[in-house]
Each structure stands twice: as structure tokens, then as C-alpha cells.
Write a protein that binds this ligand. Sequence first.
Ligand code: DQA
Length: 146
Amino acid sequence: MKILVINGPNINMLGVREPEIYGDKSYKALTEKIKCYAKAKGVKVKLFQSNYEGDIVTEIQRALNIFDGIVINPAAYTHTSVAILDALKSVNIPAVEVHISDVPAREEFRQISYVKQYCFKTITGHGLEGYIEAIDSLIERAEGKV
Ligand code: DQA
């Protein structure tokens, strides 16, 4: 099984960026945590982070016929991007939406998520552990358990 993990703008600033909201672990620590877990589970994983909406759209398009699952934290684009939603719909690969912070408890402008319409699951407020839960959900779905 091959899983693509996509992170949107400012996720590369983890550890520096608002640590009271996003924690003190770096993006590198997140990538290592994910790679280590994927290896233990026998899953191939690719990590992609971009601050550019179009690059995220292109990466999703490139996943067609290559990846079996997508974990996506579109970050601020969650609340604005119809293009990312449409890209996910285009490739039709099972996807899980992840947010590090507890988005439902935050500002009104964060309450809309476009990708939520496509993703079969949303994990929010579980910190970096949310990515691990998302990988588990994709594995379970591939095994026909979800
Ligand atoms: C986020 C929540 C978004 O509202 C915010 O713009 C982010 C990160 C999260 O992981 O909690 O950049 O997606």
C-alpha cells in the first residue's frame, strides 16, 4: 500500500509557529514519526509539503494510479480551496483530512472545510498523532474494515 501525506502552508513552520496551538515538535519530527510508523506497518509513504495551492493540486493529480490513499492537512487552504477539493475528486483516491489543532474550537472563519466534503474521515485536535490515526484509517479501509 502506498500513502501520500500532504501538508499545506506553514506546516513547515511547526515547532516555531504558535507552539501553544501546534506544539513544539518540528516538521522534520513529524516526517520522521510518519516514516517510522509507515515502515512498521509495511506501508510506503511519501511526504509532501507546500506553501502553494497550485503545487498541492499538481501533487494530488500526480498521485493518480500511484497512491492508494492520501492523508491531507491543507492548513489554511482547508477553509478556502475549491481547487484542492476538485483535485481530490478528480483522482478519486480515498483520503483522510487531518488538523493538528482543535479546529471546531477555533475562529469562525476556520469552521468551513472544503475537503471535508470529499474525505471519508476528519481527524482534528489530536496533534501529530492525528496523522498516525489517519494512516490507520486508510489501512483499515483498504482491508475493508471501515
Ligand atoms: C490547521 C488548522 C488551520 O485552520 C490552519 O490554517 C493551519 C493548520 C491545523 O493543522 O490545525 O495552518 O490545518
